[in-house]
Design a protein around this ligand. Sequence first.
Ligand SMILES: *Cc1c(COP(=O)(O)O)cnc(C)c1O
Length: 430
Amino acid sequence: MHSFRYVNDQLTCENVPLAALADAVGTPAYVYSAETIRTNFRRLDRALAPLDHRICFAVKANSNLAVLNLLAGEGAGFDIVSGGELFRVQRAGGDAGHCTFAGVGKTRAEIEQALRAGVHCFNVESEAELAFIDEVAGQLGLVAPVAVRVNPDVDAGTHKYISTGKSKNKFGIGLDRAEQVYREAAARKNLRIVGVQTHIGSQILDPKPFAEAVAKLIPLVETLKAAYNLEFFSIGGGIGIVYDPALASGDPAWWNAADHPRRITPEAYAEAVVPLLLPLGLKILLEPGRFLVGNAGALLAEVLYVKETPTKRFSIVDAAMNDLIRPALYEGYHEIHPLTQSTAAPVVQDVVGPVCESGDFFAQDRPLAPLAAGDLIALLSAGAYGFVMSSTYNSRPLLPEVLVEGDTWRIIRERQTYEDLVRGEIIPEQ
Ligand SMILES: *Cc1c(COP(=O)(O)O)cnc(C)c1O
């Protein structure tokens, strides 16, 4: 679900009309709905209620302190991939003891930081990493809790850049070698085996690959549980978000429709995996990122120019690929809606930014309401992998982020200034 809908022709987030918000903070700007994040979290949590479980939010999807704080308040743990993310979680009031530390390239400094903070687990991706964590833990006189990420070799049916569970991907240890790697881990005296982890990719809209991955791993998990007294099985993230092709509808009936053509709901996901997981008798960890925050965010922009060529119509907006790179990076899709609803017949157009790259587009050949200079638009589903992937390319300052709650909104990140842009840069003295 999400909380963006038209009320009296005005696109609103919860009870806040977005045009007024855009007026107050300027464009481009990111806006998030607290209600959407909470509802998504609670709905997934409820669907998994039969299991002893913890939802560990994948911080990389949206790492704003206010978002992390909101999720910590809901009882979320956190899946982190860097020392910076651990710092953010702690700064936001999250508990390091509920953090799982993932990623193929952890540095010595990051491992030391995580050990000292007392993270719940290191999710280990190679034998070399296992040896290195053992060494670093030994030097600190600590024992590192570890889980091995096992690659189940299933096809998640998603874009190749966000598919991770095939044996050709760089992630995890193959199912055939996993037991051997666990034996090696058990032999290292500064490691303590606590779990098994897997993650097959992102933006997965069909529950089947999740069930397939879990089913493939269960015999291994049972063997390891008997051998090493496992505490948990983490089944990763990857639950996709559903786009409404027709209108900015927050209508629960639409989102819950059983016959939705590309449907994944928390209930359908749970239905696929819970019966497989229950007999294990283990704690189950999940690492959703996009599902919790993706539909909770929008990027607001203003149309600067409309340019017609003999073959195309371009709406040039003030947001660009440096602000939201998903379309350019992996063909990410964002619904686009004018902040004031239009009744005019749609016209086919490209929506593009001002950056000097052909990849700087948000929509190509898409039928949308005819736009004119000065119109405000929202790019929906921008709450995950949006702001966090932004850069200052073309010396464009980073955007502000706003959190809406009911009738109120608060800036949760200030727009960068030109001074921010050059902070830390030095012209050497002659
Ligand atoms: C990226 C990632 C996630 C989160 O993926 P989503 O698609 O945002 O749910 C979870 N676990 C791992 C290991 C990841 O790399």
